[in-house]
Design a protein around this ligand. Structure first.
Ligand code: ZN
Length: 169
């Protein structure tokens, strides 16, 4: 089932999500729906707050043939090396900006079977993990861009926010 993607300005994107206590049918259904929604929107990742659920989980599909369902993630290592690359977000359509992030991360999480997974990620997967993890803290990639880049998109963001608030009324 395809869910509605919440857009910039929606308060649910700014909440800090809480841990998944039990991986039950309801959680599994939301994760399945999140995968459907991500594919439909042609995204590489989607976090639960983006579909209005403030639980610490996200899905990622970076084109390596694997769909990852990530529950209660926690970074256990970051590389000192920082890389800059362009990012976008399904909740902030039409805006792409460069964000600096650690090049390599090690993420510990539960998969949908409740098994603990520790995964070292580089390149797009590393970036997707970090971007989606930020959503669980109520953070968006536009919070992390340079002040100059922020000024350039400020008008667009304000328009998007206005639209969202109107739609949510
Ligand atoms: Zn996003």
């Amino acid at each position: 089932m395809i869910l509605k993607i919440r857009k910039y300005g929606d308060k649910v994107l700014r909440n800090k999500s809480t841990a998944v206590e039990k991986i039950d049918d309801e959680i599994l259904k939301i994760l399945d729906d999140m995968v459907d929604t991500m594919k439909d929107a042609q995204g590489v990742g989607l976090a639960a707050p983006q579909v209005g659920v403030n639980k610490t989980m996200f899905v990622v599909e970076v084109g390596d043939g694997k769909i990852r369902k990530v529950i209660n993630p926690e970074f256990i290592e970051y590389s000192a090396e920082i890389v800059e690359n362009e990012e976008g977000c399904l909740s902030i359509p039409g805006i792409y900006k460069k964000v600096c992030r650690p090049a390599v991360v090690k993420l510990k999480y539960l998969n949908e079977k409740g098994e603990t997974v520790v995964e070292e990620a580089t390149e797009l997967l590393s970036r997707a993990f970090q971007h989606e993890y930020d959503h669980l803290q109520g953070e968006l990639f536009v919070d992390k861009i340079s002040p100059m880049a922020k000024r350039m998109i400020n008008k667009k963001l304000q328009m998007l926010k206005k639209e969202t608030l109107k739609e949510n009324k």
